[in-house]
Design a protein around this ligand. Structure first.
Ligand SMILES: [Zn+2]
Ligand SMILES: [Zn+2]
Length: 148
């Protein structure tokens, strides 16, 4: 399939220089010239990208938009050095936090989910085995009764 890549620009003034506002689970792109909100991208909970270039600290980006499976992939590149914005973790108050903490939270919540699923599975397997045992005995008894 053909890749369609275009550069994002402000619908109001046409500028391709965008700034980033990071938020919990979203990235807001706004025009660096006229401040218009160009696009809001939603992402994973607590995830966002930094409003500054990872390499040079510049806060103006050009965004390459790649169309993919009917959706759009927004890739910001630093206007000065072509560097990328780094992924960050951010809470509802807009505070950035360490990626490890987020990983821990996620791992813990998925572990709890997995554990409860596993417990359900275990008990249903146990029940199932008991039923099978009973059934086997029934069948054996029937056979013994009929064919002896
Ligand atoms: Zn603009
Ligand atoms: Zn840069």
């Amino acid at each position: 399939m053909r890749k369609i890549i275009r550069t994002a620009n402000c619908p109001k003034c046409g500028s391709v220089k965008l700034k980033i506002l990071s938020g919990n689970g979203k990235i807001d792109y706004f025009c660096s010239e006229c401040k218009m909100n160009v696009k809001t991208i939603s992402c994973e909970k607590f995830a966002s990208i930094s409003s500054k270039c990872k390499q040079c600290g510049n806060d103006v980006f050009k965004v390459k938009i790649q169309e993919k499976n009917g959706g759009e992939l927004w890739n910001p590149f630093c206007c000065k050095c072509n560097g990328q914005a780094s992924l960050i973790c951010i809470d509802n108050q807009g505070n950035e936090f360490n990626i490890n903490k987020r990983e821990v939270i996620e791992i813990l919540s998925s572990m709890n989910l997995f554990e409860s699923k596993l417990l359900k599975l275990e008990s249903s397997v146990y029940d199932f085995n008991k039923k099978v045992e009973k059934l086997k005995k029934k069948v054996e008894l029937t056979y013994e009764y009929r064919f002896k």
